[in-house]
Design a protein around this ligand. Structure first.
Ligand code: PRP
Ligand code: URA
Length: 209
């Protein structure tokens, strides 16, 4: 699908299988999400622009590569986005962080916002929005609507699982935002859950329900 990258690295796929298994513990699920986030981060940042700075190694001076431009922003869609966020921050500790509190109304599946806090200068930064699940896409679309309204123009969306229906809706709403995912699953069920999926990501991460 156009604008969608499926990260099919064997380690990602192996870890994802363990996460899908309903016998996997809360602690195991959280640890695996963090591990996978490191591998997904590698892909979503693979084409970042570099510049050089002059440094002295112990042997001689050199022009050495560093990331160009302003610090990245990771925008976590609460709650489950935080499971990806932690690993991303391990790799890019200087990144800025936005938190977007959204939950799905169980009946309408609409995304209800309850929190938003982001750096003020979003226009100048690459914003990587993270949420493990892209189901109906209502949450992802709402999160990105909000970020765009606050000035963001350069946005990527990173998830673990996506439903084909969600990708279609998402790319129609935000064709300028590339999607990175570890899997495109078969379909949504009548309750808006991804099949085969992994269940409710937030509940499995935090042992709620
Ligand atoms: C889950 C998930 C996404 C959303 C995806 O969150 O983390 O944010 O559902 O579904 P959608 O694409 O149909 O909008 P949920 O609303 O369950 O909130 P939680 O993370 O607080 O449990
Ligand atoms: N949110 C989840 O956590 N899981 C799904 O399957 C769909 C939405």
């Amino acid at each position: 699908m156009k604008g969608v990258t499926v990260v099919d690295h064997p380690l990602v796929q192996h870890k994802l299988t363990i996460m899908r298994n309903k016998e996997t513990s809360t602690a195991g699920f959280r640890r695996l999400l963090r591990e996978i986030s490191l591998l997904l981060c590698y892909e979503v940042t693979r084409d970042l622009e570099l510049t050089t700075i002059r440094i002295d190694t112990p042997v001689e001076p050199m022009d050495a590569p560093v990331l160009e431009g302003k610090k990245l922003v990771f925008a976590s869609v609460l709650r489950a986005g935080n499971g990806l966020l932690e690993g991303l921050l391990d790799l890019v500790p200087a990144a800025r962080v936005a938190h977007i509190g959204l939950y799905r109304d169980h009946d309408t599946l609409e995304a209800i916002e309850y929190f938003f806090k982001a750096p003020s200068d979003l226009a100048d930064r690459l914003v990587i929005v993270v949420d493990p699940m892209l189901a109906t896409a209502n949450s992802a679309i709402a999160a990105i609507d909000k970020l765009k309204a606050r000035g963001a123009t350069n946005i990527r969306f990173l998830c673990l699982l996506a439903a084909p229906e969600g990708i279609e809706r998402f790319t129609a709403a935000h064709p300028d935002v590339p999607v990175y995912t570890a899997s495109i699953d078969r379909q949504l069920n009548e309750k808006g859950y991804i099949m085969p999926g992994l269940g409710d990501a937030g509940d499995r991460m935090y042992g709620t329900k």
